[in-house]
Design a protein around this ligand. Sequence first.
Ligand code: FES
Ligand code: FES
Length: 161
Amino acid sequence: MSKTRDIAVIVNGAACRAAVEPRLLLTDFLRHTLGLTGTHVGCEHGVCGACTVLVDGDSVRACLMFTVQADGRSVETVESLGRIGNMNALQESFHEHHALQCGFCTPGMLMTATDLIRKYPLATDDDIREGLSGNLCRCTGYEHIVRAIRAVVASKTGKTL
Ligand code: FES
Ligand code: FES
């Protein structure tokens, strides 16, 4: 019989308590236990960035983190940003600039970009590209993704980048 551990975590602003197996990955907890399937699973070994979420405000690979490591912490997933009909500025910008094709990388791109926009001035496109370098887009939509992020940064700073 497997032992479980009780955890308390804030997910997208809502308090959540659960009994989880110590080996349960955060991706599986979010997707299968909580039904937050916006967090995608690609490589499952920390390379592609599709599973990126924010934990206490920092972007992390949810496929490399055990759920028990999120105990007492705050997790933000792509579902926290907005929904169809009520998208936030970054999601709108991805839509406007055609920053997705198949969309598989998009949740991870959005969460990494959220982290970058909150923390850094992103003064140049190279800064944006460097910040996104841990997220892979198999459709190679990087130019449009950078353009979408640049537009959000520009609207915040009032500058054209
Ligand atoms: S699924 Fe986590 S980095 Fe690829
Ligand atoms: S839009 Fe297809 S993987 Fe990025």
